[in-house]
Design a protein around this ligand. Structure first.
Ligand code: ADP
Length: 547
């Protein structure tokens, strides 16, 4: 095989052949390979495991350049870990896909996948073929999901749907840094989603919900703002700090501009020579006339406020002030778009194009001040009919603000998921126990080799309630057997781990619910990943060979 060979020439021009040595290519085969994959997955999962549930612990992540992140979110922890094992990287991908599709349950999915792999390893050691195991797991997963679907509750039928949304949001926040203020955050998530959701299509466009954080104050000061916040102030200190609709208008009118308040520059090929005072004055008048013309365009269109992507000099600023046109300069492109959406206005690239129907309309614009600090932000509060909201998050340092944003994002996802599909299952491992029981019952019925895979699958599901129990300081095995016997005896699928010691196992009573589609996704993704890893029997790391 000459594909590894290269023809080279020595200093005399004589050709010779170099054959690449493959001795340094790392290779693992068969069972050995599988074992090492599974061990790698296990080590990742063991880091994540202690974060699961309301009593789960947070992690501090320190990046190579010293940035510190404190988080409880599985996807975030994994994405910041520097892993050099390929299989471990697959787990990172797994939590990422859960995050992208569902947004919550990123820790649980990894714990479940690694439990499945652990179980698979035992079966492999017993001599069952990996593909056989993978097929058995697939069947078991189908059965588990069917059972889940049969036992889930549809909360849409109830009158207080919003109550449910609130409670589900609260469950997802239980383990997060904001848990002390989870009432507030849960309400914020529900309000944000219900305000922007499309009731007919039953969907929520997350582009309409902005998460904005700012260090300072405390988490309690976080609030939902009906509109857009800009980290800016009006361009001139004498401009008013609150603009209300003028008489007879239905709102404050905004001109949203991407053209600068500058006279058109002479093209580079022309040279501008100014040699006399008259010439200079002529130029100055010309500039002033241009400014006046621009301001006239704005005024004629009926604008009350100018939002501009570019800066403008003192001359222009002064003219704006004189003409009672409060203005904001250097507004970023993305923010400009948000403002346009929120105020139902158009972004206008040329002054000539400005007309009344292109102006945005908002309820009011005001400068928001923060306590003792002199910091200010501009709030563009919208009229009732348009929709974009900003979740404005405060916190005493950047780490807290960031983690609070992630937590809020999770609960926004939970609420959105329920808007999309209003079926819920019960948390605290209740859903997993129900599935586990169904799968192990089926295992008892089977005669062929699949029964092993089914039993293994059922045990992997048990890992979730056991981990929740362990993280809450309860005895995992004892807790699990109590849950199982209770679920069987009372044929109730709402019995789960009482992580916070509230004195009851009934998750329905405690209102600990997870969206059905999230749980389903967890089971499906974990099973798929397990199949993928079981099918790998050869890892070849290329690019490391030497001559
Ligand atoms: P994930 O990133 O997977 O969402 P979490 O750390 O948020 O992980 O933990 C979620 C798990 O904790 C879910 O199984 C949920 O049902 C459970 N859980 C959340 N709050 C409670 C609670 N108060 N009591 C019992 N279980 C809870």
């Amino acid at each position: 095989d000459l594909s590894n060979a290269i023809v080279a020439q020595d200093e005399m021009g004589r050709p010779f052949i170099i054959v690449k040595d493959q001795g340094n290519k790392k290779r693992q085969h068969g069972l050995e390979a599988k074992k090492s994959h599974i061990l790698a997955a296990r080590s990742v999962a063991s880091i994540i495991k202690t974060s699961l549930g309301p009593r789960g612990l947070d992690k501090i992540l320190i990046s190579p350049d010293g940035d510190i992140t404190i988080t409880n979110d599985g996807a975030t922890i994994l994405s910041q870990m520097e892993l050099d094992n390929e299989i471990a990287k697959l787990l990172v991908q797994l939590s990422k896909s859960q995050d992208e599709e569902i947004g919550d349950g990123t820790t649980g999915v990894v714990v479940l996948a690694s439990a499945l792999l652990d179980q698979a390893l035992e079966l492999i050691e017993k001599g069952i073929h990996p593909i056989k195991i993978a097929n058995g797991f697939d069947e078991a997963a189908k059965l588990a999901i069917n059972k889940l679907e049969a036992t889930c509750d549809d909360v849409m039928s109830g009158e207080n749907f919003n109550d449910y949304l609130y409670k589900a949001a609260k469950t997802s926040l239980g383990s997060k840094i904001v848990s002390k203020d989870h009432d507030k955050f849960a309400q914020m998530a529900v309000d944000a989603v219900t305000r922007v959701m499309d009731k007919e299509r039953k969907d929520v466009d997350f582009d309409l919900i902005r998460l904005q954080g700012r260090v300072g104050g405390s988490i309690k000061d976080s609030q939902l703002i009906n509109g857009v916040i800009l980290d800016k102030d009006f361009s001139h200190p004498q401009m008013p700090n609150e603009v209300l609709p003028k008489d007879g208008k239905d709102g404050v009118k905004l001109a949203i501009l991407t053209c600068p308040f500058e006279p058109p520059k002479p093209k580079t090929k022309h040279k501008l020579d100014i040699s006399t005072v008259e010439e200079y004055q002529k130029l100055q008048t010309y500039e002033q006339d241009k400014f006046k013309e621009m301001i006239k365009f704005v005024k004629d269109a009926g604008a009350d406020v100018v939002i501009c992507q570019w800066g403008f000099d003192d001359e222009a600023n002064h003219l704006l002030l004189q003409n009672e046109l409060p203005a904001v300069r250097w507004v970023g492109g993305q923010e400009l778009e948000q403002i346009a959406i929120s105020t139902n206005g158009r972004i206008v690239p040329r002054f000539q194009d400005l007309t009344a129907d292109k102006l945005g309309t908002c309820g009011k614009i005001y400068e928001m001040e923060f306590g003792t600090t002199k910091e200010r932000m501009l709030v563009i509060e919208q009229c009732s009919d348009s929709k974009t909201v900003t979740c404005f998050i405060r916190g005493s340092n950047k780490m807290i603000v960031d983690e609070a944003q992630r937590a809020l994002h999770d609960s926004l996802c939970v609420v959105r998921n329920l808007v999309r599909d209003s079926r819920v299952v019960y948390g605290g491992g209740a859903a997993e126990v129900t599935m586990s029981l169904a799968v192990s019952e089926e295992a008892d019925r089977q005669r062929d080799i699949d029964q092993y895979a089914f039993r293994a699958f059922s045990q992997a599901l048990d890992t979730i309630p056991m981990t929740l129990a362990e993280n809450s300081g309860l005895d995992p095995i004892e807790t699990l057997s109590t849950l199982k016997s209770k679920q069987i005896k009372e044929s109730l699928s709402t019995i789960g781990v009482d992580c916070l010691g509230k004195g009851t196992n009934d998750m329905k009573e405690l209102f600990i619910v997870d969206p059905f589609i999230g749980k389903k996704q967890q089971v499906q993704l974990a099973t798929q990943l397990c199949r993928m890893i079981l099918k790998i029997d050869n890892v070849i790391i290329s690019g490391k060979d030497e001559y």
